[in-house]
Design a protein around this ligand. Structure first.
Ligand code: GDP
Ligand code: MG
Length: 148
C-alpha cells in the first residue's frame, strides 16, 4: 500500500502539537509504519530540501528545520500522499482552509508546523533518507473495518 513521509517540524514540537497531529492521521484510518524523534544536522536538512536549494528562503528553511527536534513518520494507506497533503493544508497557512493542520495551527509560511511528501516518488526518496532501516512491519487488525 502507498506510504508517505510526514514530519512535525520544530515549531510543531515546541508548541505541543505532536499528539494532535498524530491523532488526525490515526483517526482518519492511516497506519503508522515508522516514528522517530530526532534533531537533524545541517547537511541532512539540506539533503531533505535539496530541490529547494536555489530558493531565497533556503538558508532560513534549513536553520528552521535544525533548530530543534522533529517527529519523523511513515504513514500508510490508500491515497495517503495526496490525502496527507489535504490534511496538512496549503503551504502558506494564510491560504490553508480551517480544519487543516496548517489552517488551524499556523500563521507564517516559515513556521508552518508540518511537512508532507508531495508525490509518491518524493515519498519514496524521503522515506529512504529518513528511514534507511525501512518501515516497521505490522498489520492493523482493524483493516476490514476501514477498507471495503
Ligand atoms: P510544502 O511542500 O507545502 O511544505 O512546500 P514547499 O515544498 O514548497 O516548501 C518547503 C517549505 O519551505 C515550506 O513548508 C515552508 O516551510 C518553506 N517555504 C516555502 N515557500 C516559502 C517562502 O516563500 N518563504 C519562506 N520563508 N518559507 C517558505
Ligand atoms: Mg514540499
Amino acid at each position: 500500500m502507498e506510504q508517505t513521509f510526514i514530519m512535525i517540524k520544530p515549531d510543531g514540537v515546541q508548541r505541543g502539537l505532536v499528539g494532535e497531529i498524530i491523532s488526525r492521521f490515526e483517526k482518519k484510518g492511516f497506519y503508522l509504519k515508522g516514528l522517530k524523534f530526532i534533531t537533524v544536522d545541517q547537511s541532512f536538512a539540506e539533503k531533505h530540501y535539496a530541490d529547494l536549494s536555489a530558493k531565497p528562503f533556503f538558508t532560513g528553511l534549513v536553520e528552521y528545520i535544525i533548530s530543534g527536534p522533529v517527529v519523523a513518520m511513515i504513514w500508510e494507506g490508500k491515497g495517503v500522499v495526496a490525502t496527507g497533503r489535504t490534511i496538512i493544508g496549503a503551504t502558506n497557512p494564510a491560504a490553508s482552509a480551517p480544519g487543516t493542520i496548517r489552517g488551524d495551527f499556523a500563521i507564517d509560511i516559515g513556521r508552518n508546523v508540518i511537512h508532507g511528501s508531495d508525490s509518491v516518488e518524493s515519498a519514496r526518496k524521503e522515506i529512504a533518507l529518513w528511514f534507511p532501516e525501512g518501515p516497521v512491519n505490522w498489520q492493523n487488525s482493524l483493516h476490514p473495518w476501514i477498507y471495503e
